[in-house]
Design a protein. Structure first.
Length: 382
């Protein structure tokens, strides 16, 4: 799951590490070269003058002895002056190797590549930009002492950026159910989204999820626009053993939802799960029907169901539904087949609403509660 996103982030860690490590190696080579040149220069100074004869050599030797106390310090000072620039340069290079400070120039090109790569992976533009800015802010100015620091700091900065993107205030549905129980009311959840995203199957999965926790749900077939939708939801309800409230094709969707709520109250059921027509945002009549359902039953939660594989399309659909009726949470289907991870990373941040569940397969039990830290582990884990 999210393999492509994982590779992109891992590649960025590798590229930044390699770039700074290459600079370190070049600095070390320069340092070694300077040491070699300094050693050669010192050797030439010691052997610069050779004796012309035995006699002269003895005379010079005597003279050296006589003048050793005064001349040697001068020679040392001279040698020190000759070596000083090289020593300074060597210390500077050593300081670079041991205490390199990461600059914008070190990371700009690589982070630009990451941004383009994220956009190609269906990450929303505003999300990609925020990730890059966050990583740059964390990395630039940091001092590194060894190669492993670069990898560690870069991974940490990316993790930090992804975690920030996924940080959206969430709601605990179990707590909401218990709160409604105290009020003698069922929790009413309305599902919205376009056709083909797996909305009716998702409703059956949500029903199964809460039945396993001991709750009793009822389904409302409020997608009366298509006879096939009523049949499909009925099929799921029969398979998992859940009561379904339905009317004929063309009936008032709000009336179906109202009847389901009344049934839940009468039978003391904790959940009402309301299906709605898979609307295209441009269909004014269907949008008005959805608003009417909302007005009549006053749902506690409106959950958008989107297909993770559609990437930015799912993000835009969620944005438009949120503008129309207000979305409280998100369910992404087909997350198990989503290699890119663009929708999962972007959708909650764009509309500032939490992802609550992920569909992870074909069976009714293939649904999981979404946790931001789980996704971080998915893209950064081994």
């Amino acid at each position: 799951m999210f393999e492509s996103l994982k590779k992109k982030l891992s590649s960025t860690v590798g590229k930044i590490t390699d770039k700074l490590s290459k600079e370190e190696e070049e600095a070390k080579k320069s340092e070694d070269q300077d040491k070699s040149e300094a050693a050669q220069k010192a050797g030439k100074t010691d052997t610069k003058k050779a004796p012309k004869s035995e006699v002269k050599q003895e005379e010079k030797s005597e003279k050296r002895k006589e003048k050793s106390d005064t001349k040697e310090p001068e020679q040392e000072d001279s040698l020190s002056e000759e070596m000083e620039p090289s020593e300074k340069e060597k210390k500077g290079l050593l300081s670079f190797v041991r205490h390199k400070t990461i600059s914008e120039k070190d990371v700009d090109d690589i982070l630009f590549e990451l941004e383009m790569s994220l956009l190609e992976g269906d990450v929303a533009l505003e999300v990609a930009e925020e990730i890059i800015n966050s990583v740059k802010e964390d990395l630039v100015g940091r001092k590194i002492k060894r190669k492993s620091d670069v990898s560690e700091f870069t991974k940490e900065a990316l993790k930090n950026a992804i975690s920030k993107i996924l940080e959206v205030d969430s709601q605990n549905i179990d707590e909401l159910i218990q709160l409604k129980q105290k009020q003698g009311e069922p929790l009413k959840i309305m599902f919205v989204g376009i056709n083909g995203t797996g909305k009716t199957t998702t409703i059956a999965k949500i029903a199964t999820h809460f039945m396993e926790k001991g709750y009793k749900p009822v389904m409302a077939a409020s997608d009366t626009f298509r006879a096939g939708a009523i049949e499909q939801l009925t099929h799921h309800a029969d398979k998992i053993g859940v009561k379904i409230i339905k009317h004929k094709k063309g009936a008032d969707p709000a009336a179906v939802a109202f009847d389901a709520v009344e049934h839940a109250k009468a039978k003391q059921k904790e959940l009402v799960l309301v299906d709605t027509a898979g609307r295209m945002q441009t269909n004014v009549n269907l949008m008005d029907e959805m608003k009417k359902i909302q007005r009549i039953i006053k749902p506690d939660l409106i959950l958008f169901v989107g297909d993770a594989l559609t990437g930015n399309d799912a993000v835009e659909q969620a944005r438009k539904f949120d503008d129309t009726v207000g979305v409280d949470g998100i369910i992404l289907t087909k997350a198990d087949a989503d290699a890119k991870g663009g929708a999962a990373l972007s959708i909650g941040h764009v509309i500032n609403k939490p992802i609550l569940f992920l569909g992870t397969g074909q069976s009714y039990s293939d649904i999981m509660e979404f946790k931001p830290e789980w996704m971080v582990e998915q893209v950064f884990g081994e």
